[in-house]
Design a protein around this ligand. Sequence first.
Ligand SMILES: [Zn+2]
Length: 284
Amino acid sequence: MNRRIRALICGFLLSLMPLCAGLAEEEEIVFTLEDEVELVEVPVYNDVEWDFPLMLSQMDPELIRLANKHVLLSRDYVPDPLVTMNTRKADKQGNNINGGVNKASSSSMKLQGECASALVEFFEAALEDGITLYLKSAYRSYQTQNTMYYNRLKKNNGRDDGWVSKPGASDHQTGLGCDIVSKAWRSKSLNRDFAKTKEAQWMAEHAAMYGFILRYPSDKEDVTEINFEPWHFRYVGRDVAWYIMSEGICLEEFHERLGKAVDAFLASGGDPALVQAYIQTSAE
Ligand SMILES: [Zn+2]
């Protein structure tokens, strides 16, 4: 396809998503396009072409922030704003009446502001489809992760089994990572069997519409270096979520592609100030 008229279609495609998203197999999501899409010109920022399927305005650098064992967040990184999630309150018919997302015993869970609102919408959409979801784990500070990591190591005779991230490497420190489960799995220890539940399947199918991605897919364990987690969803914003889920990539691969686009933009004389926020360096 002509580079000048390459498709920049994410915003448009989002409106088609309810038609397109479908679960092909238990853990695999396939998007098919049934309608013609409009082609938009590749954007140019100050005369330099931006060769990437998403425009800069479609990507909030804070919402796509990476945290993994190679790109660590600093010990004082705290998402802003950080809001406390409501405990679920139901009326006599069992309807959720306050946008609550968690169970009564864990009322101190916090998430980044935009992610928090998106999660409430996500849970409400689930309820409309007869699916009740529970937030099991949300924001974790560097210090909390530090404690969890060393407790896990102690339990495993010093061996890192890939289940608990190192401090600074946890997606939960971004305030955008959410462990979401069904009622039956609220107090169970999580494992990949959760993927077989109707709740996990509903989430995998609908997450992108609300700006969430499956952060640790089963076919990307070699890239994320984290075991498949069918309960861990990560907020990245709608356009980025659609792109990641429809391409079948993980957040690490998204950053690899974005990094190449940033490099090409700079090599062509693009203004560094425009892309600076997308260049993330490890805290250590
Ligand atoms: Zn998690």
